[in-house]
Design a protein around this ligand. Structure first.
Ligand code: AMP
Ligand code: ZN
Length: 113
């Protein structure tokens, strides 16, 4: 998708600090980190949110989660991390290309804000 920021990162047209790649996913550091580890895992293909990705491509949906676990482990947090899928503007989604937030490295309170 031409005007999608995360498609641009996947294509290498927009700079980002990539930390992990799989056949179907790319992971890069969030530009405005909310924890010592704050990485976004995205599918290489454009889908607007997690539900659309799951319906269209369940294998990539699963790979997003396994990639997120690999990122957390590589960052030194194999057992304690938070995965977040903001879905819809009212829930804080600002980029409409599916992305799984991986947050770790500080106490993570519940409920989240
Ligand atoms: P969300 O609010 O759930 O849609 O998450 C979008 C995330 O993308 C936010 O945490 C932003 O800080 C992050 N973000 C926006 N632009 C960039 C960028 N160019 N590189 C990396 N992360 C970004
Ligand atoms: Zn996209």
């Amino acid at each position: 998708m031409d005007d999608c920021l995360f498609c641009g990162i996947v294509a290498g047209a927009v700079p980002a600090e990539l930390v992990h790649e799989t056949e179907r996913t790319v992971a890069f550091r969030d530009i405005d980190p909310q924890a010592p580890t704050h990485v976004l895992v995205v599918p290489r293909d454009h889908h607007v949110n997690a539900v659309e990705l799951a319906a269209a491509d369940p294998a990539t949906s699963a790979e997003l989660v396994t990639a997120a676990a690999a990122v957390a482990a590589a960052e030194g947090h194999p057992d304690d991390y938070r995965l977040v899928l903001n879905t819809g503007p009212g829930a804080g989604q600002t980029v409409f290309h599916t992305h799984l937030h991986v947050l770790a490295g500080r106490p993570l309170t519940w409920p989240p804000g």
